[in-house]
Write a protein that binds this ligand. Structure first.
Ligand code: FES
Length: 102
């Protein structure tokens, strides 16, 4: 079994009760998840894995993305440019401060 080097979790605002209604879904997380998948394929980043999650409890700063094993929490990932910043953080080994949640 090959394990990914990095795992990206994208909040998709899933709720046990049904339809996603949270801040991250409303902020475009679903479309950005698709963009992220395409970018990983286009860039040949086979050592990255993606999962969508339920609410990560940082709704007021969403859409939220978390990268492991670094334990980087990013907020306001609401555009392709912002998602590119997440990928660039992983590539450089240094998180983009403007999106980092502390
Ligand atoms: S809905 Fe994404 S952090 Fe709450």
């Amino acid at each position: 079994m090959t394990k990914p080097k990095h795992h990206i979790f994208v909040c998709a605002s899933f709720r046990l009760s049904g339809t996603p209604q949270g801040a991250c879904a409303k902020g475009g997380a679903g479309q950005l998840l698709q963009y992220l998948e395409e970018e990983i394929n286009d860039r040949g980043l086979g050592d990255l894995s993606i999962s969508s999650t339920s609410c990560l409890r940082v709704c007021d700063r969403g859409p939220a993305v978390v990268v492991y094993p670094e334990n980087w929490w990013f907020g306001r990932i609401d555009s392709e440019e912002a998602m590119d910043a997440v990928l660039e953080s992983i590539a450089s080994g240094s998180p983009k401060e403007e999106y980092l949640l502390t």
